[in-house]
Design a protein around this ligand. Structure first.
Ligand SMILES: [Zn+2]
Ligand SMILES: [Zn+2]
Length: 303
């Protein structure tokens, strides 16, 4: 009898613990953090061995040169000092020391200026790099995306805190390039959800390969103008489309450079520059944001 009573006491204690724990369980489910950033995933590009004595065009090939490409003097770097339209969006381009070492300032400027060709040609949106800054990112930071960092420091938050004041100085969009590897290195790009140009539109990219990098920047910048991702199930060709295309022993040719041959699935967002109808409506409607003033060029700040 005494044993039974003890059993009931133990059972009651266990039950009361469970009951006490319940609100915490349900609360943690309810308050699971909503994602604040759009994520672009790094393409996994598997290069297949090149058969000997085969020139690229005899394997499959994809031509991904931007049809709206119209580089000033044949080099996108020239567009750093040239206004392609009478007005544009003021951009601050920031590179951490790892990005400077891996890709350099010129490559990064070219990637941004390659990224705005369709935006210029079709939507009169000219990205103007008004300032280039370099900074040293904290090597102990293990995450890029604040959504994944679980309260730990992230490269995005670090850069945002460093550069958010730029928005008070008339900056429309801040483009941060990081070369630092993190636990979430499978992320190639981040853009804020609920973007307001000139207010919170800082994007962060980690370059992948030349033919991808312009699309990557264009995709993230398009989020700043209100475009949303189309998930894999949406069968549209759009720079916002995650639907994947199989590159089957395909070379990729862009701007006269050959890449591959690849045997990989690649998101359409990395192969295409134009927009679907729904994005077209958004881009036409968002032209009033972030109106730029007179351009000025600031020289890169030394490390
Ligand atoms: Zn996206
Ligand atoms: Zn679209």
């Amino acid at each position: 009898m005494e044993m039974k009573k003890n059993k009931y006491i133990v059972l009651a204690i266990v039950l009361s613990f469970l009951i006490l724990a319940l609100p915490n369980i349900s609360k943690s489910v309810v308050s699971s953090p909503s994602h604040r950033y759009h994520v672009s995933y790094a393409p996994i590009l598997t290069v297949v061995s090149m058969p000997e004595n085969v020139t690229p065009q005899f394997l499959g090939c994809r031509h991904t040169t931007n049809p709206d490409k119209n580089w000033v003097n044949g080099d996108p770097l020239e567009e750093l000092t040239v206004n392609e339209l009478s007005w544009g969006y003021n951009v601050v381009l920031a590179l951490d020391e790892d990005a400077v070492a891996k890709w350099g300032i010129d490559y990064s400027v070219r990637a941004v200026e390659r990224a705005d060709e369709s935006l210029v040609a079709q939507y009169y949106k000219d990205l103007r790099i008004r300032e280039i800054v370099t900074y040293t990112s904290d090597n102990s930071i293990e995450w890029m995306n604040p959504d994944y960092a679980g309260g730990q420091p992230s490269l995005y938050d670090e850069a945002y805190n460093l550069f958010k004041n730029k928005f008070n100085e008339g900056t429309s969009i801040i483009i941060v390039v990081t070369g630092q590897e993190t636990q979430d290195s499978y992320i190639a790009g981040l853009a804020p959800d609920f973007s307001i140009v000139g207010s919170n539109t800082m994007i962060m990219v980690r370059f992948q390969v030349y033919f991808v990098d312009d699309n990557l920047v264009q995709h993230e910048v398009s989020h700043c103008f209100g475009c949303l991702d189309h998930d894999e199930t949406v069968d549209v060709w759009c720079v916002m489309a995650y639907k994947e295309e199989l590159l089957y022993i395909d070379w990729v040719e862009e701007d006269g450079n050959w890449f591959g041959p690849y045997n990989s699935y690649v998101s359409r967002s990395y192969l295409f520059y134009h927009y679907c109808e729904s994005c077209d409506v958004i881009l036409k409607g968002s032209s009033g944001h972030g109106f730029g003033g007179n351009p000025m060029r600031l020289w890169p700040v030394p490390l």
